[in-house]
Design a protein around this ligand. Structure first.
Ligand code: PMP
Length: 352
């Protein structure tokens, strides 16, 4: 009798996005609802309130849990994903982790295609959670061997569902519905700017769409939307003058693009900041040792961009950014003095 009163959570429409705010019927319903943390030193240094959304607290440890759940929700709704079905995706790792965990919870198998250059920690974690992992050499997007194309072909050949996070608009829709709504609520509708790096662009685009709609609803000025771009990505130039040129490189993972993914198309971005790795690492190390907040490289890029935007806007503004994932995912790189020294990058002061 007791069992019959326990909801499976799947009778109702999927509820990802409830996060930590209430009881969750299953693990993937615990995605989202992440804390918005005041970054004390960045705020003190600029006279602004700079907040980081703690996406590393999602079940799979990254912001990509939201996209994974939204993509699976949409494929279930449109009937392409059938019970016991298989999902194939090309990913820098975090989307693969999100898809595999949500897939485990709902009975789907996941085949994950990933460039072999990504961190060992993500590779090990994907294997640990049961992903069917296919590592491929890193190739530019125009090469048919690029991981995205390999994953598309694999899905076609096996009649599986291709998640297609770059062009599948369910990705940004998930962020519009959850991430943007949470940010607006957590800042009580007083948000002056938002900074964010792009892999697929789902986070930036979805948050931009959502925040603008909520600001309009409430008669507030729309927050300024600023792209945070690493070196080696063409998106900074695309926002600044419409060009698409790749120059330099970055040790960050999961962000930077040589093209404009479908999720970013049609989205007005107000401005862009290009952040060198050393500037991002300063934030990664500073936040960890002074505020106890462990973040990865893309989150470091996001925080560095938020600080630049705060300085440009002047004191008294509220700026939010995304803490995409945690530092433990990159122990062998961002916290490895030998790796950093080889690349002339700063070493965590307490490790040097
Ligand atoms: N940071 C990390 C660590 C990521 O893995 C990703 C996704 N690849 C992003 C940021 C970018 O998120 P989005 O795909 O929504 O642009």
């Amino acid at each position: 009798m007791v069992e019959s009163t326990i909801p499976s959570g799947r009778e109702a429409p999927p509820t990802s996005g409830q996060g930590w705010l209430g009881a969750s019927p299953d693990l993937d319903a615990a995605i989202g609802g992440t804390p918005l943390i005041l970054l004390r030193r960045a705020s003190q240094a600029t006279g602004c309130r700079i907040y980081g959304k703690a996406e590393f607290m999602n079940p799979g440890g990254s912001v990509k849990d939201r996209a994974a759940a939204a993509i699976i929700d949409a494929a279930e709704r449109d009937g392409t994903l059938k019970p016991g079905g298989t999902i194939v995706e090309g990913t820098a790792g975090n989307t693969g982790i999100g898809l595999t965990l949500v897939g485990n919870a709902r009975g789907y198998r996941c085949v994950i295609v990933m460039p072999e250059t990504q961190s060992q920690e993500k590779i090990d974690f994907l294997r640990m959670i049961g992903a069917d992992l296919r590592l491929v050499p890193a190739k530019p997007f125009k090469d048919p061997g690029n991981y995205v194309h390999v994953s598309r072909r694999l899905a076609e050949e096996t009649n599986a569902v291709w998640a297609n996070q770059f062009d599948n608009l369910a990705n940004r829709e998930g962020h519009r519905r959850t991430t943007a709504a949470e940010l607006w609520q957590q800042t009580a509708g007083r948000l002056d700017a938002f900074t964010c790096a792009c892999g697929t662009g789902g986070t930036l685009a979805g948050v931009a769409l959502g925040l603008r709609a909520l600001a309009e609803r409430d008669g507030s000025a729309a927050p300024r939307i600023v792209l945070a771009d690493p070196e080696g990505s063409a998106l900074y130039g695309w926002v600044k003058d419409g060009s698409l040129v790749v120059e330099g490189s970055s040790i960050t993972e999961g962000i930077g693009q040589s093209r404009v993914p479908g999720n970013l198309q049609g989205i007005d971005i107000d401005d862009a900041e290009r952040i060198p790795d050393a500037e991002a690492l300063d934030q990664v190390f500073d936040l960890l040792i002074h505020e106890g907040i462990s973040i990865g490289g893309s989150a470091g890029i996001n925080v560095a961009a938020a600080i630049r935007v705060a300085r440009a806007m002047g004191p008294g503004h509220t700026i939010a950014t995304i803490l995409c994932d945690g530092g433990a995912r990159y122990q062998s790189k961002l916290f490895n003095p030998a790796f950093l020294r080889e690349r002339n990058l700063p070493v965590p002061p307490w490790m040097s």
